[in-house]
Design a protein around this ligand. Sequence first.
Ligand SMILES: Nc1ncnc2c1ncn2[C@@H]1O[C@H](COP(=O)(O)OP(=O)(O)O)[C@@H](O)[C@H]1O
Ligand SMILES: [Mg+2]
Length: 549
Amino acid sequence: MLARCASAALRGVEALPVTVEVDIGPGLPGLQMVGLGDAAVQESRERVRAALRNSGLRPPLTRVVVSLAPADLRKEGPAFDLPIALGLLMASGQLPPPRLEGIWSAAELGLDGRLRPVRGVLALASAARRHGARALIVARGNAAEAALVEGLKVWGAASLGEVLALLEDPASVIPPQTAAVADPPCRGPDLAEVRGQDHGRRALEIAAAGDHHLLLVGPPGSGKTMLAQRLPGLLPPLGRREALERTLLHSVAGLLPEGAGLLAGRPFRSPHHGCSAVALIGGGVLPRPGELSLAHHGVLFLDELTEFRREVLDQLRQPLEQGEVWICRARQRCRFPCRITLVAATNPCPCGWFGDPDHACLCGESARRRYWRRLSGPLLDRIDLQVVMRRPAPADLADGYRTARPQEGSAAVAERVRTARERMRRRNPDGLGNAQMAGLHLQETLRLESTALALWERALGVRRLSPRGGQRVLRVARTIADLAGREQVQTGDIAEALTYRSFDLLEAMAAGSQPAGVSAAAADGRGRAGSLPEEGGAELPRGDCRRHG
Ligand SMILES: Nc1ncnc2c1ncn2[C@@H]1O[C@H](COP(=O)(O)OP(=O)(O)O)[C@@H](O)[C@H]1O
Ligand SMILES: [Mg+2]
């Protein structure tokens, strides 16, 4: 006898419908599985057989063929255990087929008949709702996740026996709790703990207000990691759609904790510099999201940037601009979103002490040049804000213990960021940040004062900014004006934006030439051998760069 059961297979962040067909016919006992299943799917037959036996049911004693259709779609993992078991029960006359009409199912079976959670259930539930399923049966640990999809009935069960009981008496189903939030939004560590570092703190605020990527260069202990960790706390809480997208990516990656519902907090991912391209970008035979997509709508922190392999970093370039990663395989092509703010941190030289007034740098000139060359290049060109940091002064650190001199905290900065982002959202279509503005839209929304334009034009020549680098200055200036509550971008905004291009100078130095900004800095004593150019070229007017906090 032939039976059919509905389920789904993951492809990227979507799930596609799969029909599990079970045929029991005459012949020697045995179960053959067809339809492009991986090893876990093939092993399903042993788990299903034992689960049926240990649940007091009868495994078929003749020849069984299980087909997962469509046959050209790759299937992975143990999620087909439950639909295969239900198909066997129908085909062997132990479960009346009308009971399962229009019901989808997905769960792994334990040998004792217990249901175990599987990855990607949120995607499965969306597909089930889209295709008009009457209900979706999942393991109890997946029920809160599946229930995030509105308009779909979810049946959570602990065992195969319980599934059969629910099918017999659907009125006994208890709807799962939908309100479970696995990861409530909270600010995390507070910006008030970071003493001094006005330039770095301001850059962090601008990054949060306009979705700009940020590079922090400074010796060990200057507070680079501290600053990066405080960026999620400056961003507004995730909206429901954003939180669902984040939850979906974690679910597909198999990283959603059992019983979890919505992941509502901003992600902060900090992969180790030894990680592979697949771990960072995503991929694999059956593609899964990488760190980049797990940081979707949040912060990806690459500490010790120069230690990452060049070919790994190179693969970041396109996703950073497009906000999505495409993984292409012979049989499939899938997309993982990755709208992130990148924060990269690195030491100024191999020993870490170049430019530090209290330590001698042990690296030679050529070692430093080689190091800077590793930092420079197309990835750097995509980072809007580049900040050179010093270790905090003893007085700044001591102020942390003087109650009379509190440092501005995350809540106050987040409030300014919220207002600036509202202004940005009203102006930019598709919810894009200032950092992604381009072409005519950038020209129209910039509202540049004529003196500001003249300063920018001059800076392009003096600082030898690439066209992309020049455009980044404009976008940052737009965000600075937004933070000040102005529609017009003024000279001071351009001047401040230029102070976040420190690395353009280093890049020129790495290439062996000295742009005008460096010699001018040398003339005023800031560019002596052993120091890093800070806050841009000295001969450019600084404008009225306000410092908050
Ligand atoms: N600006 C600062 N204000 C207060 N504490 C700081 C500051 N910078 C560094 N510290 C202290 O030094 C420690 C190391 O800072 P960290 O952010 O890890 O430095 P980095 O990443 O630059 O090496 C911090 O845990 C903190 O205790
Ligand atoms: Mg650090």
